[in-house]
Design a protein around this ligand. Structure first.
Ligand SMILES: Nc1ncnc2c1ncn2[C@@H]1O[C@H](COP(=O)(O)OP(=O)(O)OP(=O)(O)O)[C@@H](O)[C@H]1O
Ligand SMILES: [Mg+2]
Length: 418
């Protein structure tokens, strides 16, 4: 019903810096697109520009093939749902849901029928005569959704519609929202800072940071193949382990990444290894999700990090453990933050110049990382390790296939093609 195209859309308030910066995005007809990012990154501002509630400073907005920068909100055929679904307090649930239809001067019989149908779909049948003040938060939010959906707009804009609800209700309504907007076939832009909500609800996710779109893709793409270290860390739950190291291209071995007094090697047979060559001798960031680290009794040939157990936490369905390694950590907030990273200057002229013939003897004089910390606690799924005592040595086998590698400016070294 409607494709939404943002072509270099920016927004600044007054003479301040851009809170949305050169956004380029094509939201497909009928898809559920989730804009994800931390507080203050500009999500609501983007949504409000699409709704026509906020003027666009520069760039172009296209909706359904029409240039929409100057379209009145009422001419955009959008319905917006906010965090606290504001209802008309003096109207009953029935009147609230039917309000947009009455405004559009629909025939009363038809209005009544649509309201009844919408109330049934949202599980509000028994509450049609009640006033908002007598409803729970979850019920009120359902009424707000019913009111937005009843006139079947071609675009839904939802701004953290579930964030004021408790966890159980959130999961339930999330599934309902997904089902309903898909069955209506409307294009939906859904804003949230909750990565689980984004991963479970979206057809595609756009991840924002400081007004800039960092990555766009299906949930699986942005999770498995994040474009930047920020995206990887933001989508990881439990947290992503980030280690600061230095990449060394070693002729007969591959890419040796020295990590403090340890190292892991990406053999030349790994298709990612060649992308490291321009980073020879430079700082790199290794991202390891807890699921990429497995405690093993004895190192069995593959890459292993030796660590010292610090603590274990019971999470109900599993134990998570922290183990300390003598490897610099990386503070993701300090990497690639504004001023925006410029593309890494790549030494493509003679990439093999200066290649090492042998692996470097540790310790190596290493370039420092932005936001570097001296030691890191690695988080991993503990399995049997929970019986181990604090301070015990633990060997963590690294699943190299799932490891993520970033340059010091936070961009992926083996850039995903999307
Ligand atoms: N009317 C305004 N005047 C000045 N600055 C504004 C205005 N509205 C938003 N901003 C600023 O623009 C930036 C982005 O705000 P926005 O509300 O879009 O963020 P958000 O991603 O929706 O955050 P949250 O998750 O907290 O809702 C913030 O720094 C905010 O302070
Ligand atoms: Mg917001």
């Amino acid at each position: 019903m409607a494709e939404i195209v943002l072509d270099g859309v920016s927004k600044s308030f007054g003479s301040g810096q851009r809170v949305v910066d050169g956004m380029r995005l094509r939201i497909r007809d009928g898809e559920v697109f989730v804009l994800l990012g931390p507080s203050g990154c500009g999500k609501s501002t983007v949504l409000r520009m699409i709704a026509g509630l906020e003027e666009i400073t520069s760039g172009d907005l296209w909706m359904d093939g029409r240039h929409a920068n100057d379209l009145e909100p009422r001419d955009r055929d959008v319905a917006m749902i906010f965090q606290s679904g504001a209802l008309y307090p003096h109207m009953s649930v029935r009147q609230n849901i039917g309000f947009p239809l009455r405004l559009a001067k629909e025939e009363p019989g038809e209005t009544a029928e649509k309201v009844t149908e919408m109330a049934r779909a949202l599980g509000l049948d028994g509450l049609l005569g009640r006033k908002p003040a007598t409803l729970s938060g979850g019920q009120r939010q359902r009424v707000a959704m019913g009111r937005a959906m009843v006139r079947e707009p071609s675009v839904f804009l939802m701004d953290e519609p579930l964030s004021s609800l408790d966890a159980g209700l959130r999961t339930e309504l999330r599934m309902e929202i997904g089902g309903m907007v898909r069955s209506l076939g409307a294009t939906t832009v859904y804003v949230t800072h909750d990565q689980i909500e984004a991963l479970t609800l979206a057809d595609r996710i756009g991840v924002m940071r400081d007004g800039v779109l960092q990555d766009v893709g299906t949930p699986q793409q942005v999770y498995d193949d994040p474009a930047t270290v920020f995206v990887a860390a933001f989508l990881s739950s439990p947290q992503l382990n980030l280690l600061g190291g230095t990449a060394w291209a070693v002729r007969d071995e591959g890419i040796v990444i020295s990590l403090g007094d340890q190292q892991i090697t990406l053999p030349w047979s790994d298709p990612r290894a060649h992308a490291f060559v321009p980073h020879h001798g430079r700082p790199v960031i290794v991202g390891l999700r807890p699921e990429s680290l497995t405690p093993v009794a004895e190192p069995s040939g593959g890459p292993v990090l030796a660590a010292r157990l610090r603590s274990a936490e019971f999470h109900g369905h599993e134990w998570m453990a922290f183990a300390e390694v003598n490897i610099p950590g990386v503070d993701v907030d300090a990497v690639g933050a504004r001023p925006k990273p410029r593309p890494e200057e790549e030494r493509t002229d003679r990439p093999w110049r200066g290649l090492l013939r042998r692996r470097p003897a540790a310790p190596v004089e290493e370039p420092r990382h932005v936001g570097q910390r001296r030691r890191t606690d690695l988080l991993f799924r503990a399995g049997e390790t929970r019986s181990m005592v604090q301070g015990a040595r633990v060997n963590l086998a690294v699943d190299l296939d799932r490891a993520l590698f970033f340059a010091a400016n936070g961009r992926r070294i083996d850039t995903p093609a999307r």
